[in-house]
Design a protein around this ligand. Structure first.
Ligand SMILES: [Zn+2]
Length: 223
């Protein structure tokens, strides 16, 4: 039986950015005027700041703005990518970032509460930018055909520690400890390496697709 499995990788599990700040506020109800996936010049300033920082710090690992998709509304994303299974949807809702099939682009879940907070606070608290740059570096590892969470979290931790040593990751200790804790779980195999395996049926359109044909969604429901 041949079945196409698309694996969701590079999942950064439920890291609250709360450690990096004391402030919190309501969600941004900015009118949706663009497509649901922002990329290139349309990336939110917070995301672009993190991307640029990674490029400046580690030039060989620079991720292009076109290689990132910032999802404005995760429900619309499900619809556009024919992700119809409620279990799969729940998995995505809990993720800050992921890639499909070990390749670019890197998807950032803009509906994730941490992103909404960080988008407002990053100018006052540059540690948010560092945290996101670390996440982008993590996902970059997976985007290069590497499913290893040890490698992903390893790269992320290395980046956060590098910035901490430079005095650019203020109040980042608790956040870093959380990332290290999860890394440790992968190292000791408490969590199976290679991400949470989620299978999607054939028919899932590529990210280049806009709103998929109805037939794609019908196919994707055959599991
Ligand atoms: Zn990962």
């Amino acid at each position: 039986m041949k079945r196409v499995l698309l694996v969701v990788l590079g999942i950064v599990l439920f890291f609250s950015f709360a450690e990096l700040t004391t402030a919190s506020s309501a969600t941004d109800n900015q009118a949706e005027k663009n497509a649901n996936e922002l990329t290139g010049k349309n990336l939110p300033p917070y995301v672009e700041a993190a991307r640029k920082q990674l490029c400046e710090e580690l030039h060989p690992e620079c991720v292009g703005s076109e290689q990132i998709r910032y999802i404005k509304n995760i429900e619309v994303f499900f619809s556009e990518h024919c992700i119809t299974n409620p279990v799969d949807q729940d998995l995505y809702r809990e993720q800050q970032a992921f890639v499909f099939s070990y390749k670019f682009p890197i998807f950032l879940n803009g509906d994730y509460p941490s992103f909404q907070l960080a988008s407002k606070e990053y100018l006052r608290n540059p540690s948010f930018v560092v945290a996101l740059a670390g996440i982008i570096r993590h996902e970059r590892v997976h985007s290069n055909n590497d499913p290893s969470e040890v490698h992903g979290y390893g790269a992320e931790i290395q980046y956060l520690e590098r910035m901490q040593k430079k005095g650019k990751f203020e109040n980042g200790e608790a956040y870093l400890a959380k990332v290290k804790s999860l890394y440790g779980q992968y190292v000791t195999d408490k969590i199976a390496n290679g991400s949470i395996p989620v299978s999607f049926a054939p028919g899932q359109p590529s990210v280049e697709s806009s709103v998929p044909q109805q037939s794609n969604c019908e196919i994707s429901q055959v599991r």
